[in-house]
Design a binder for this molecule. Structure first.
Ligand SMILES: [Zn+2]
Length: 95
C-alpha cells in the first residue's frame, strides 16, 4: 500500500512512521475517524454500503477538510478503497 516516496498521497507531507498507508499524521487521523464513524453511521442508517457512506461524508457540510480529502482519495483509488473495506471488516469483527 505504501509507495516508496514516503510522502502522503493527499498533501505530500512525510508519511507517519509505522503507518500501513501513505498518509501523514493528519490524514491518518482523518482516516481513522472515518473507519470509526462508519460503525455509527451504519447503526443510524441500517445497511449503509461503505461507498455510499463515503459519498455522504463527501457531501456533508459538517465533514472536516481533512476527512473530505481522504474520502476523495479513497473514492478515486481502488486499492485504498479495498484497504478501507478490509479495515471495516476487522473493526466489525472486534465489536
Ligand atoms: Zn497528508
Amino acid at each position: 500500500m505504501k509507495d516508496s516516496s514516503g510522502k502522503c498521497i493527499v498533501c505530500e507531507r512525510n508519511v507517519e512512521t509505522g503507518s500501513k498507508l501513505s498518509f501523514c499524521r493528519l490524514h491518518l487521523e482523518a482516516y481513522k475517524n472515518i473507519v470509526e464513524n462508519y460503525g455509527n453511521w451504519r447503526n443510524a442508517y441500517g445497511d449503509l454500503k461503505p461507498e455510499e457512506f463515503l459519498r455522504r461524508l463527501e457531501n456533508n457540510d459538517y465533514t472536516g477538510k481533512w476527512v473530505k480529502e481522504v474520502v476523495r482519495i479513497m473514492l478515486s483509488n481502488r486499492d485504498l478503497l479495498q484497504f478501507f473495506l478490509d479495515d471495516l471488516s476487522y473493526s466489525g469483527r472486534k465489536g
